[in-house]
Every structure is written in C-alpha cells, then in structure tokens.
Design a protein around this ligand. Structure first.
Ligand code: PLP
Length: 390
C-alpha cells in the first residue's frame, strides 16, 4: 500500500479550504484599506467586514449587530467570561463552569477567583457529559454567569446546552449563559436563539478557515467590560483595526462548511464508526474514552491503549504520515495528564495511553482505510515490543 498523508488532528486545527486562501489573498491585494477610513478604499474594506459579519450572523440565525470579531476562540472565551462577570458583579459574584472546559475558559475563571469571585466547577459523568440536574443544584441567588462548552475537544462529549439553558432561565432569567462552540460549529446545530444562549464563541481555524480570527456572539442587551481599550472598533468591545482578510476568510469558511454540513456530517459519523470498530475488533483491550456512537460528536473520539504511551503511538503513526494527538492535546508541551481524562476517572495506564483522533470535512474514505491498517499494525507492533499483556 502506498503512503499517503492522513491528518486526524482536526480538533487542534484544520486545513483551510483552497477557496478561503484565494479569497484572503484577494482581499489583502485588492482591498487593503482600513475599514475605519473615510475614503473609498476604507468604505470598500468596511463593506467586506459588514458582509462577513452578515454571513456569520446568518449561519447562527442572529442579528449582524450581535457579532463581534476577535482573534479566535481564546479571546472570545476570555472576553465573554471576564467581560460579563466583571460587568455584572454588582448582581452577584457566583459563577459556574465545568472541570472539562478548554484552558481558555478555565484560566479566566481562575483569574476571576483571584478577584474575589466564587466559581463552581461541575464534574462530568464517566462519558464526559454534564447533567442539567448538577447545574440546577449549583445555582445560587448570587449566580450571574454559567459557561459550558458544547462539544468537548478531547473526548467529543456533547453537553445538553438547550436543557441547561431552560433550567437557568426558569430559575432566574437574568443569569447569563455562555457556550464555547469552538468544536461544534458546522458539526452540530448551533443556533443561539433557539438554544437559549446569550454569548457564544467560535474560532475559524476549526472549520477550515484561517487561524487568528474568531467571533463572539453577544445577545442584544447583554453588556460586557472590554479586555482592551483603544478605538471604537466592534462597538468599543474589541478595539483594534479590523482584520478584514481574516474576517472574509472566516465568513467564507463558515458558509462553505455550513452548506456542506448535511452530507459531510453523515460521512464523518461513518468514518468514526469504522475507525472505532476496526481498532476495537483488532485490539479488544483498547478502551474508548467518552461517549459511544451517536451520543458523541461525529468528528472526535479518544481511545486508550493501556500499557502503551500515547506519545509513542503518536510518533509511531507519524512515521506513516498519520497525524493524531495525545490525551493532553491542547497542552501538548505539558507532561501532565489531561484534566479532561482525569475528570473521567481514568486509571493511570489509560491516562498515559490515550490518543485523540479528530476528523474533518476534508478526510476521505481512502485515507480512513489506510489509517485503519496502519493504526492496527502500529499498535500490534508496540504491544509486542513493550510486552503488553491483556
Ligand atoms: C473547545 C475549545 N475552545 C477554545 C479553543 C481555542 O481556540 P483558538 O485556538 O482559536 O484560540 C479551542 C482550541 O483548541 C478549543 O478546542
């Protein structure tokens, strides 16, 4: 079998669509004006920014005025969490999130704790799901903000966000609900108004757009304190000369992903099923971490090979041009086991032997078949070498 490259680390980042690259180059070459300038070049750049905002508003089913461009998921999360908590502090100082959020949520919450806020970190069940009941039990009359991710980036668990929102709003309609939808957009329905979401983060590079651009959806009427101070860009909530090429690239990636989603989601689901069942058939001692089947997101799954090291598997697969990540994906430089897998109560060997596979709209059946053959032979080889007994 000839070698091909199979990129299965799409939760870390995705390959941009060729159409996106072309559009961004066109904007940089032809539409380099500053969207705030009063002359014709400025108006043309402003038009690009406005139409990009409109596309993102349309795919989310919200108003143009509710879209704030940022530098990505990390900034959107920081702006939402810190900005909302500080703006509404007089109403109360209790905040709720989960123990399995991305670090761009957990770290701002830690920062807020230093400022005197009280934060409840909810624990998931053994498949990585947060129960709405737990959210209800954690609410207090002082709760001002709840932030819960839609799809977990390490194990692919899906949080019941609409149910959680209904509980929050029934208890106190003033509680603000933020959702990190960085991993779910285009793979699962994301519709803030229908799902009762007040603030929502997106990142373009997770759906074949450019790196360094994102969106914070902020429902009309919700206020926040900015993190940066400068000009009046993005209604003064996120000052800085607008990144028009990136905004146009993000809008195009969103439009293409959104229009391709029906066919592609089905395909992702069948690729995921095929990969998991083939690996489990060959290696029944392997353990799937997180949800099984359609309970999980169609593009992310995590498998432990107890007795082996995730990092060794990663590099052995790399030899065959197959790219995956270890359990601690977003902190790949850290030797600490993943906080998400720890929250799922994995034993030490399963923590050390975890590998995350994440698919995208650009993977093909041929790639999946190649990956299955190589993954199974690499695991068998390592198992023999490390004398793993199962
Ligand atoms: C769930 C989640 N939230 C936020 C982020 C951060 O997004 P960005 O890389 O655009 O800063 C990531 C990136 O891995 C993520 O997986």
């Amino acid at each position: 079998m000839q070698t091909m490259e199979v990129y299965l680390d799409n939760s870390a980042t995705t390959r941009p669509y060729p159409e996106v690259l072309k559009e961004m180059q066109r904007v940089m070459e032809e539409e380099y004006g500053n969207a705030s300038s009063l002359h014709r070049r400025g108006s043309r750049a402003e038009r690009i920014l406005n139409s990009s905002r409109q596309v993102l508003a349309e795919v989310l089913g919200v108003k143009n005025s509710e879209i704030i461009f940022t530098s990505g998921g990390t900034e959107s999360n920081n702006l939402a969490v810190q900005g909302i908590a500080r703006r509404y502090r007089r109403r109360g100082n209790h905040l709720i999130t989960t123990a399995i959020e991305h670090s761009s949520i957990l770290e701002p919450f830690k920062q807020l704790e230093k400022e005197g806020f009280e934060v409840t970190y909810l624990m998931p069940d053994s498949t990585g799901v947060i129960s709405p009941q737990k959210v209800a039990e954690a609410l207090t009359p002082r709760t001002v903000l709840v932030s819960i991710m839609h799809v977990n980036n390490e194990v692919g668990s899906i949080q019941p966000i609409a149910q959680i929102s209904a509980i929050l709003k029934a208890q106190n309609p003033g509680i603000i609900f933020h959702v990190d939808a960085v991993q779910s957009f285009s793979k699962l329905p994301v519709a803030p108004e229908e799902q009762g979401i007040d603030a929502l983060s997106l990142s373009a590079h997770k759906f074949h757009g450019p790196k360094g651009v994102g969106v914070l959806y902020l429902r009309e009427g919700i206020l926040l304190e900015p993190l940066f101070w400068g000009g009046g860009h993005e209604k003064g909530l996120r000052p800085g000369t607008e990144n028009t090429p990136a905004a146009s690239g993000m809008a195009l990636a969103a439009r293409l992903s959104f229009s391709r989603r029906k066919e592609k989601i089905q395909q992702l689901g069948s690729f995921k099923k095929k990969l998991i069942s083939s690996v489990e058939a060959e290696h029944p001692w392997a353990r799937l971490n997180g949800p099984r089947g359609e309970e999980g997101a169609p593009h992310i799954f995590n498998i432990s090979f107890p007795g082996l090291k995730g990092e060794i598997i990663l590099h052995a697969l790399e030899e065959h041009s197959i790219y995956v990540s270890t359990g601690s994906a977003c902190h790949s430089n850290s030797k600490e086991p993943s906080h998400v897998l720890k929250a799922l109560n994995l034993d030490e060997e399963s923590l050390a032997g975890a590998v995350r596979f994440s698919l995208s709209f650009l993977n093909t059946e041929e790639e999946i078949d190649y990956a299955i053959t190589r993954i199974n032979s690499v695991i068998s080889g390592l198992k023999k070498f490390h004398k793993v007994t199962t």
